[in-house]
Design a protein around this ligand. Structure first.
Ligand code: VAH
Length: 311
């Protein structure tokens, strides 16, 4: 059975439903610290879980015969800078609790990392899996801790720890969770509602991105990959890169009256410390990662999906 924490977030909702399609509703326990909507609750088993409560987590793991845990609970880059103590608690202590449970109960554990685990001294073009990691956000620092502690437990205790460095994730049916890449989702909603968008990043700020369906399919493939295929515990994963000027042009091709303006804020410095593009060739070689959506296909799919919501 699989336990997913942070299951009500941008990735969690879709990941839980994809895992349930693959493994059966009853075999995927969704959990979060927030209250699910009646629709979500109706889809399958849901438990309230606070990753800071080790005893409660251990009871859930034992009572539900959990053997995989996917820990999506985290404060992302922008919100983490505004709530340092909560980001440290959830992203470090919360993760450490799930990692220790994985050791005690021989669980496979997946906890995402991020392009935010890289920093301004990291080579920024086609950033490889193994390179300098000196992030300058609390979020990035906590995710380097996830990677290093996960790899320590894998080496020392044989824990099946896995991690993917996600790029910005673009989704039509879920809200992003307070990151620096959230503009790439907001721009679509704003384009349809106001035919305009005021972007908090400058026009040339290129970042690695991925469409949510690709992220979820890739994550499920990675979770299910036989351990012997994984030559490393943590992999870069991306699909394409773009900057605000490029995505605005793609939207303008489809909505000619769309107007983009720029008002960079504190998130500009965060974005400037991150890679512009990732080398994720090891993920493609070792366990078959491939993205199906390119920038044009994602743009079309987002606008189609949102047009049905915004009616
Ligand atoms: C953030 N969307 O912006 C998250 C993600 C790579 C970005 O970690 O913080």
């Amino acid at each position: 059975r699989i336990l997913v924490t942070g299951s009500l977030g941008q990735l969690g909702i879709g990941l839980v439903s994809l895992l349930r399609q693959k493994y059966g509703n009853e075999n995927v326990i969704a959990s979060d610290i927030r209250k699910p909507s009646p629709e979500i609750k109706a889809q399958g088993p849901y438990v309230f879980a606070d990753v800071l409560n080790m005893q409660q987590l251990e009871t859930i793991v034992v009572d539900n015969d959990i053997n995989w845990i996917v820990n999506l609970s985290a404060l992302l880059s922008a919100v983490g800078e505004q709530n340092i103590d909560k980001a440290l608690a959830i992203n470090m202590t919360g993760f450490t609790n799930t990692l220790e449970l994985a050791r005690r109960h021989q669980l496979r554990i997946m906890c995402p990392s991020t392009i935010g685990a890289f920093g301004p001294t990291t080579p920024r073009d086609l950033t490889p899996d193994l390179t300098i990691m000196r992030p300058t956000t609390v979020y990035g620092i906590t995710k380097v801790h996830v990677e290093l502690m996960g790899e320590y437990y894998a080496k020392r205790f044989g824990v099946d720890f896995r991690s993917l460095r996600y790029p910005g994730i673009i989704s039509s049916d879920t809200e992003p969770g307070g990151g620096t890449t959230d503009y790439a989702v907001q721009i679509f909603h704003s384009a349809l509602k106001e035919k305009s968008y005021k972007c908090y990043l400058g026009p040339e700020t290129s970042l690695p991105m991925m469409y949510l369906p690709d992220c979820l399919e890739g994550t499920v493939d990675f979770l299910a990959a036989p351990n012997h295929l994984l030559k490393q515990r943590t992999y870069n994963m991306a699909a394409f890169s773009f900057n605000p000027r490029e995505i605005a042009a793609k939207i303008k091709e489809r909505i000619p009256e769309f107007e983009m303006t720029y008002a960079p804020d504190f998130r500009q410095a965060i974005a400037d410390s991150w890679p512009k593009s990732l080398d994720d060739s090891k993920a493609r070689q070792d366990w078959g990662w491939k993205n199906k959506f390119d920038l044009d296909a994602m743009t079309d799919d987002m606008l189609t999906a949102l047009k049905s919501h915004h009616k």
